[in-house]
Design a protein around this ligand. Structure first.
Ligand code: GDP
Ligand code: MG
Length: 828
């Protein structure tokens, strides 16, 4: 039986009835993961249930289950089986080859690792190859010595390692025959592990090639070669950290002396066996323009399963955007090629228009930005060289100490501009909304429909739309800072601080956006790689007090804290930030406990963006806000209006209509006095109606819960309406506290100051003491962000998190206001 021939073949080539033992799964990350989850792992026996030449999918039995695989999938699985002639024996009842022998042989076969050496010319690949294999290829101190691939084999720790020395290339594109050769070797021959030989004395250029390997989503180990030269120069590289960021293990080597080669091969074995903890797939972030194009193309590419089993769709998308002809021609006979081609052209045109440069240059720049970011954190140059780089701006902007004041200044400038510049258009819009309301009011017959339009729709949405200019200006600044490359630096300097609360520097941008509107902020968390980071960031975003809450603070502060207005406002924002930190720390130590995975923060080149492009980015963010207005806020305004409008008939405490008629017919009063009294009566009537309306009843129902906070039922109603959008809190208070003119906070301020409790122990006392007012602002700051944010969280995370957000923020708001009121009462 020893003479029976055992061969390794692709699973797809086995015919019906044959079995084999899996020795290897090829293909890239996502495919491997899926296929292993189905049970196709090394050492497992597979039997072909049905496989005819043209049949697709093919049916297999593995671990007692029947599964079908596409032929293209089965083509990526290596199996060991008896030669064709012996297939009967192999599977027969008295099979000559026992399963044990087969498994043992399969085990040995699976201990064969195919390794390819990839690297820049002159980085020491051939030296490495010779040392590893004991062969004597020519090494030379000039490029292009290795023209085609050399193969050699070595043994280590029970593994047979086939090493291929590939020609040196600076990049894996299609400009030279060497590049194409390397590329097709990696893509078609699919080595188990690629050893990326990197010249440590020239990291920036060498790691560029590494970024292309990262895109390919294959198994890589980096040989940090010429490590002796790096040390000689007096430079230092924290290569372990760098490896963790890249998701690629890095081993220092001195190839000419054979140092580090054993270590490196040990690492290759670990990576091959999937037992190296560092290995993971890192997304190089190309910035939102390119990422958007990548998404568009991936969506189309992902439709073709056979394609994406073999190649990472992200890699293909990047290649297409680089205008890579080889990739295009490779896709030529795909069913959806026309569509892919069309989308590619469209996206390239879009990118080139936005950047004014070829899309390839833009992607190359982004890759260098990734490398620069990675090295900035891990590479310490020798003193003399530090200064002579073109990175002088970055020296200041990402400086450990100087970076912060520069950043604070930028933030101050942004908020300042947002509010000063925003005031003018805000007034125009306010006037416009008022005009539309008046127009509709005077041109429609009285009745519920008119009330709905004027008070519900125009009043509700109009009250919110006035903030649009501020928000657009804020988004313009944020987009500008992103487009110039400054935001990337901000993430960079914030990273260390953010790590302390379990987040990354990158989470900082969504948080800053949160000051404008939490909805786009929640959406901006998409740029974070890791799901846990995304969710944690979403969970604390609402504590960044959004611009919708500002009118509430302005109202309350001008009513009750006239002396320290600025300070009070600042303290509310600060409390929000502190809350965010506390919550992040709690979540980090409970729900989100995890090992911190470091990753590269790109430092893209500084660019002066075009006004057009920045405006487009501003607009994209603004649209999300507008959608909120057209959707959720519109519906909520109507709902709230209806709840306070119905039921129409309530029992008034006195006959207001009669009193009004009496005043109007009175002869003893002057015209001005008459009007004053009439409007007083009308407001009293409206207020009473409000109290007995559905929402008033809800406010009353809520009152017992709010009593320990010092709030009355009207505050309860305001809080209820704020669920839709915090802006509505002010307009609700306007109605409830009978201010004649919502826009004129002067009258509302006075009314608020005069409010007294109408029932209970506190009857007759002022409702709003400074303590209650402060507690109320805190409550508005913390509780339920708004319907639109919850909807955004549901979309970005899931229902569970959306519900969690509603419950926990409201609970914290209650506790904080409770503590403020109860503890404060002891001292006042
Ligand atoms: P290849 O083009 O990548 O195949 O690189 P070679 O193996 O031909 O090496 C290029 C040059 O670098 C040769 O002169 C080698 O002697 C030298 N070299 C290779 N590895 C090292 C190393 O680790 N340290 C130093 N100092 N020189 C090296
Ligand atoms: Mg060579």
């Amino acid at each position: 039986m020893e003479t029976t021939e055992l061969t390794v073949d692709r699973l797809a080539n086995l015919s019906t009835g044959e079995s084999g033992v899996i020795t290897k799964v090829l293909g890239h990350g996502a495919f491997r993961k899926r296929i292993t989850e189905m049970g196709f792992v090394k050492g497992k026996k597979v039997r072909v249930i049905k496989n005819a030449p043209l049949q697709d999918p093919v049916e297999y039995e593995i671990m007692g289950y029947n599964v079908s695989l596409r032929r293209s999938e089965a083509n990526l699985i290596d199996v060991l089986s008896g030669a064709e002639a012996d297939s009967q024996k192999l599977n027969g009842f008295n099979g000559i080859i026992s399963d044990n022998v087969l498994k043992k042989t399969a085990h040995e076969k699976s201990k064969t690792i195919n390794v390819a050496l990839v690297g820049n010319p002159n980085c020491g690949k051939t030296s490495f190859f010779n040392q590893a294999s004991g062969s004597h290829e020519r090494v030379g101190n000039y490029g292009g010595v290795t023209i085609d691939a050399k193969m050699a084999r070595m043994r280590q720790d029970g593994y047979l390692i086939n090493i291929t020395d590939l020609p040196g290339t600076y990049s894996i594109t299609e400009y030279t025959p060497e590049e194409l050769y390397v590329r097709s070797h990696i893509m078609e021959r699919m080595p188990d592990v690629v050893v990326n030989v990197v010249d440590a004395s020239n990291l920036e250029r060498n790691l560029f090639l590494t970024t292309q390997l990262i895109d390919m989503n294959i198994k890589v180990v980096i040989a940090l070669n010429m490590y002796d030269e790096l040390e000689k120069k007096g430079a230092r590289l924290k290569f372990r950290e760098l490896g963790e960021m890249l998701g690629i293990p890095i081993i220092p080597t001195v190839a000419v002396k054979g140092q580090g080669i054993k270590n490196l091969m040990r690492k290759v074995i670990d990576v091959y066996e999937d037992r190296d903890p560092i290995v993971r797939y890192v997304n190089i972030n190309y910035g939102h323009d390119i990422e958007k194009s990548i998404d568009v193309l991936r969506k189309e590419l992902d439709k073709d399963d056979r394609l994406v089993d073999k190649y990472s769709s992200r890699y293909l998308a990047v290649k297409l955007l680089e205008n890579d002809r080889t990739t295009r021609s490779m896709l030529k006979n795909r069913d959806n090629f026309d569509r892919i081609n069309e989308l590619t052209n469209r996206e390239i045109a879009r990118l080139e228009k936005a950047f004014g440069e070829s899309s390839e240059t833009v992607i190359t720049d982004a890759k260098y930005g990734f490398v620069a970011g990675a090295l900035n954190e891990t590479y310490v140059e020798s003193r003399e060289r530090k200064r002579q780089r073109s990175k002088e701006i970055d020296y200041f902007i990402t400086h450990k100490i100087l970076g912060f004041p520069i950043f604070l200044f930028a933030m101050w400038l942004m908020f300042q501009a947002t509010f000063t510049l925003g005031n003018y258009p805000m007034e125009w819009i306010d006037a416009g909304v008022g005009y539309i309301g008046d127009f509709v009011g005077s041109h429609m017959a009285a009745g519920p429909l008119k009330d709905l339009l004027v008070d519900g729709v125009i009043g509700g949405v109009g009250g919110v739309i006035v903030f649009l200019p501020n928000i657009l200006i804020l988004f313009f600044f944020i987009s500008f800072m992103e487009d110039t490359g400054y935001m990337a630096r901000v993430s960079f300097i914030m990273d260390r601080l953010m790590h302390k609360i379990g987040l990354h520097g990158k989470s900082f941008i969504p948080l800053i956006m949160g000051f404008g509107c939490n909805v786009p902020a929640v959406m901006a968390t998409r740029t974070l790689e890791n799901r846990k980071d995304r969710i944690l960031t979403m969970m604390i975003t609402p504590f960044m007090s959004c611009s919708a809450r500002l009118p509430v603070y302005v109202l309350i502060i001008s009513a009750f804290f006239p002396k320290n207005q600025g300070l009070m406002l600042f303290s509310i924002y600060m409390i929000g930030i502190i809350m965010a930190i506390v919550v992040a720390l709690v979540l980090k130590n409970t729900v989100f406990r995890k090992a911190v995975v470091p990753f590269v923060m790109e430092l893209p080149p500084y660019r002066m963006p075009t006004l057009r492009n920045t405006s487009i980015h501003m607009w994209h963010k603004g649209v999300q806000y507008l959608k909120k207005m057209g959707g959720v806020i519109l519906v909520a305004s109507i709902l709230i209006w209806a709840l306070s409008y119905f039921p129409r008939h309530v029992d008034y405490s006195k006959n207001y209509d009669a009193s009004i008629a009496q005043v109007e017919n009175s002869t003893s009063l002057g015209e001005a006095q008459k009007q004053h009294q009439v409007s007083q009566l009308e407001m009293a009537k409206a207020s009473e109606h409000q109290e007995q309306s559905y929402i008033g009843r809800m406010g009353h129902a809520l009152a017992p819960v709010l009593k320990p906070l010092g709030f009355d039922w009207k505050i309860g109603v305001a809080i209820l309406t704020g669920l839709a959008a915090k802006e509505i809190v002010v307009s609700t208070m306007g109605i409830l506290y009978q201010a004649q003119d919502e826009g004129n906070s002067g009258t509302l301020v006075q009314k608020l100051q005069q409010q007294t409790h109408t029932s209970g122990k506190l009857k007759g006392q002022k409702v709003f003491t400074p303590l209650v007012a402060f507690g109320f602002m805190l409550f508005v700051l913390i509780y339920f962000p708004c319907v639109a944010v919850i909807a955004a969280i549901k979309k970005e995370a899931n229902w569970k998190w959306a519900v969690f957000m509603m419950v926990y923020t409201t609970a914290i708001a209650w506790v904080v206001s409770f503590a403020t009121y109860q503890i404060g009462s002891l001292f006042v």
